[in-house]
Design a binder for this molecule. Structure first.
Ligand SMILES: [Fe+2]
Ligand SMILES: [Fe+2]
Length: 385
């Protein structure tokens, strides 16, 4: 039995002759275009695995793509080539699609004057690579694209990794789908985390406005009452948003994400991942929990404390929130770009499925409850989704 985790079926030619080049439907099969950020987000880590296998076996790599009417060929190619696959372990430099595929080997609807359902674009792609179409394999998800590629004389098969990523994409609606399902799942949860960070940023800005320029001068050994903090109008809306924020930290962030992630990483250690590669995750989770405890105590003082403590309680709420967000914005990026990928390298398909199921087990029965609370806080703070 071949090991399905390491066998790349899309490189197996249907005919007996060896494949000299692959033509990839990069944009629609191996990633997502994020129209807001203007970025191409490749599936991770399956796309880099595919490109590496091709490169190591001397197989040329080309791409066909359909760009919008107002996106010139060169700009579209530039966006695809800038897609980040991973970060280099040695110096954290981004590894991009452009490191694997030369700009000359991209063929688009603009450069070919044909779309993906016409055989001409596949003939032009083979020509750009300098190979006969029959020496070429097309990898793409869409049946109609596959038919057009076969009509052009290429062999074609829908890649298993991409099929699986496509299913995950539909299930999770993630921008950062992955060949490993658990990775797509946890990266998807980070998207909601980013919205919670945005709420925290807006709360800190709101507290800054309340205290700005009013800080009392501390005189040694002489107590004086600090300024009073407003709690009506905009300050009242801020206070309601703070209530939602504390609720999300104490009822969602830890139980749904951090604990699930820690158990998933325990599976990865069991599958052979060195514990030293993942220790930082556990340490930073505990650090975040300490900040959340600080935020929760400050919130209790804001709600129940006396008038003279309100000023200090707001400052403590803000400082703990700033420290948490500063740490965890980068925490999520390091997980997405590095540590999930390292864990995925130790997982076979069965481990991947178990890690996904584990993550799902921590989801509340109705996630829309928490998404609704995030939206409530965003509305109070004037954040447009
Ligand atoms: Fe984490
Ligand atoms: Fe995370």
């Amino acid at each position: 039995m071949p090991d399905m985790a390491t066998t790349d079926s899309s490189l197996r030619p249907s005919a007996s002759r060896a494949v000299k080049a692959v033509v990839l439907d990069l944009l629609d099969t191996y990633g997502e275009f994020d129209p807001v950020a203007g970025r191409f987000e490749p599936h991770r880590p399956s796309t880099e695995d595919k490109l590496r296998v091709c490169k190591e076996n001397g197989i040329k790599i080309g791409v066909i793509a359909e760009f919008p009417a107002d996106m010139p060929h060169d700009r579209g190619v530039e966006i695809l080539r800038q897609g980040i696959l991973s970060q280099a372990t040695a110096n954290a430099a981004p590894v991009t699609v452009g490191d694997y595929i030369d700009a000359r080997f991209f063929t688009s609807n603009h450069s070919s004057s044909a779309d993906k359902r016409q055989r001409k674009i596949y003939l032009d792609a083979a020509k750009a690579l300098g190979v006969d179409p029959s020496d070429c394999r097309f990898d793409g998800l869409d049946d109609n694209d596959v038919t057009a590629a076969e009509a052009a004389g290429l062999c074609a098969q829908q890649p298993l990794d991409a099929q699986r990523a496509g299913v995950v994409r539909i299930l999770n609606r993630s921008r950062n789908d992955s060949g490993r399902q658990f990775q797509a799942f946890f990266e998807h949860e980070h998207l909601l985390g980013e919205r919670i960070f945005g709420i925290g940023d807006a709360i800190c800005a709101g507290i800054h406005r309340l205290v700005d320029g009013r800080t009392p001068k501390q005189i040694p050994a002489r107590w004086q009452s600090p300024p009073r903090i407003e709690a009506s109008g905009e300050a009242g809306r801020l206070r309601r948003a703070m209530s939602y924020f504390v609720f999300l930290l104490n009822n969602f962030a830890n139980q749904v994400h951090l604990v699930a992630e820690e158990q998933m990483f325990e599976l990865a250690v069991g599958a052979g991942m060195p514990r030293s590669q993942v220790k930082w995750v556990f340490d930073q989770h505990d650090q975040a929990r300490a900040y959340w405890a600080g935020i929760t105590i400050a919130w209790r003082r804001i709600c129940e404390g006396d008038a003279d403590d309100q000023w200090y309680a707001h400052i403590d709420f803000m400082k703990n929130t700033e420290a948490f967000i500063f740490l965890f914005r980068d925490h999520a990026v390091r997980e997405n770009n590095s540590t999930y990928t390292l864990a995925g390298k130790h997982f076979n398909d069965m481990d991947d499925m178990q890690a996904l199921k584990l993550g799902e087990r921590f989801l509340p029965p109705d996630m829309s409850l928490y998404v609704g609370i995030v939206q409530n806080a965003e509305t109070l703070l004037g954040i447009s989704a």
